[in-house]
Ligand binder design. Structure first.
Ligand code: ZN
Ligand code: ZN
Length: 504
């Protein structure tokens, strides 16, 4: 038995790291495309990416892979593997089963359809023309429903989609946490709307030198413990983080002349994603486990840094003077006024511009609508009406047109259903982790106010970062906080913070 195991483990690990190498190469080509690749090189580059992706997919679904997985997933063999290798085998098995189940011609049809659909969506959004996009979306939903049958229906049809981004979470669980969150956030939002104590944000509407913005972003990233020997900061239209391997985790930001907060907070956000991947344990490097464990946990790390640390009073108590040095036009603005301005809460139409409170309501709306589409027979043609009704109900506003309503996000045009929930799950995980962090590191606030952020990074490395994908999200959150996902931590955090800011 011992020999049998070893015989298949070695070549399996080699094959898995070969796949990982393809992923790294593809990741670097993508990064290059988004950070200033010459325009004329783009068509060929896209083909190269397509070709390499196909090769990686072939390896993942090869007869060779099947042989190894058949052998290694036998219970008596699986039990002999150490934790890391067992996880790796199970991850590959899950990927293998999923990609084997859909006939290649369906995958091909889906790829072609979503490519066309993304272009159609851009036009439709621009012209606020839902009718123009509706036929594509109808086809995508239809194909996705077929895929769900191939993949296998979990508790409900939508569970199958949710599981792709947040393993172990179910519609039943997410329904419960979102219902609880909604019940506490909607009234809070209403009290804020009615408050007389609205922060003044006038002084943010000025021009801010973009070179200074870059300098300040680099400074803050250094303070967080972002390792510039294991990454770099570039510019792109939409900020993102890309982890090639723990020694090369790159981030981008976008410097807007008329909005200094955009680059500051996106640097903190992407920096949070990057700290996670830079600090994955060396033993996982080169394996398929050297990445974040789920979309939701990844997002918890970016939002912990961006909002819970970066929009806190202690943070600006320490760093506001630096910001003022970079931008003298803020020298007359009091710290307290700045703190309140960056924490203004306001019902708005656009998700990506939303504050940390109402953001969750934007997500709950999308989650409920996706669930209606896949589980409850909602038709694509009725999406705008449903969308607008929910915005009215949860945020008290109605989009004047579909371009700033149901058409605003790219996700559905690419077939990414089940993804949105992870953003809000990230906020909930972050607040729950913060609660434990404060208990275990009682000096949390004073560390931040002193500009000593490294102990926080080290705590997160010890509890979360180093494990990469070797623990599932539910194992991780249980191990760190001692309980399952609990939405009350986020509601408590938001109520405390905004009751004070708005003097409710
Ligand atoms: Zn991002
Ligand atoms: Zn993010």
């Amino acid at each position: 038995m011992e020999e049998q195991t070893l015989k298949h483990l070695e070549p399996f690990l080699n094959l898995a790291s070969k796949i990982k190498s393809y992923h790294e190469a593809i990741g670097l080509l993508h990064w290059d495309l988004r950070t200033g690749a010459p325009k004329k090189g783009v068509p060929t580059r896209s083909e190269t990416i397509g070709m390499l992706s196909t090769e990686a997919f072939k390896l993942q679904t090869s007869a060779e892979m099947k042989t190894y997985l058949d052998m290694l997933t036998k219970p008596e063999v699986l039990n002999q593997l150490d934790d890391i290798n067992r996880r790796l085998v199970l991850e590959c098995k899950k990927e293998y089963d999923r990609s084997q189940s859909v006939p290649p011609e369906k995958v091909q049809a889906y790829t072609v359809l979503t490519a066309k659909s993304e272009t159609a969506w851009e036009d439709a959004k621009h012209n606020s023309d839902f009718e123009g996009f509706s036929p594509y979306l109808t086809e995508i939903v239809k194909l996705k429903q077929e895929f769900i049958d191939y993949w296998g229906v979990k508790d409900t049809r939508y569970d199958t989609l949710l599981d792709m981004y947040e393993p172990d979470l179910t519609v039943e669980k997410v329904d419960a946490v979102f219902a609880r969150l909604k019940a506490r956030l909607v009234p809070l939002q209403e009290r804020i709307n009615a408050s007389e104590n609205k922060p003044n944000t006038e002084f943010l509407n000025q021009l801010f030198d973009t070179d200074q913005q870059e300098k300040f972003s680099l400074f803050i990233l250094g303070q967080m413990g972002y390792d510039f020997d294991a990454g770099r900061l570039d510019e792109s239209v939409h900020p993102f983080a890309t982890g090639l391997n723990p020694g090369d985790v790159r981030i981008t930001t976008n410097y807007l002349q008329d909005d200094v907060t955009s680059a500051v907070f996106s640097s903190l956000h992407e920096g949070g994603h990057a700290l996670y991947e830079q600090n994955i344990d060396e033993s996982l490097a080169g394996t398929l486990l050297a990445e974040g464990t789920s979309m939701g946990i990844h997002e918890s790390q970016s939002r912990l840094w961006e909002n819970m640390i970066g929009r806190s009073r202690p943070f600006w108590t320490r760093y506001y003077q630096d910001l003022q040095q970079h931008f003298p036009q803020l020298s007359d603005v009091a710290l307290e006024d700045f703190y309140r301005a960056i924490n203004r809460v306001e019902s708005s139409l656009i998700r990506i511009e939303a504050d940390e409170l109402t953001y969750n309501l934007h997500i709950i709306i999308r989650y409920e609508i996706e669930k209606m589409l896949f589980n409850e027979g909602l038709e694509v043609k009725d999406l705008p009406e449903t969308w607008n009704a929910k915005y009215k109900e949860y945020l008290g506003i109605v989009p004047p047109n579909d371009g700033v309503g149901v058409l605003q996000d790219v996700h559905w045009s690419g077939g990414d259903f089940g993804y949105f929930a992870s953003y809000s799950l990230g906020n909930m995980y972050a607040a729950q982790i913060l609660h434990t962090l404060r208990q275990e590191l009682p000096e949390f606030d004073s560390y931040i106010a002193e500009g000593n952020l490294i102990p926080i990074k080290e705590w997160l490395t010890d509890k979360i970062y180093r494990y990469g994908k070797s623990r599932t999200p539910s194992e991780l959150i249980l191990a760190v906080t001692g309980e399952e996902l609990n939405p009350d931590y986020l509601a408590d955090y938001l109520e405390a913070k905004y009751t004070e800011i708005y003097k409710l």
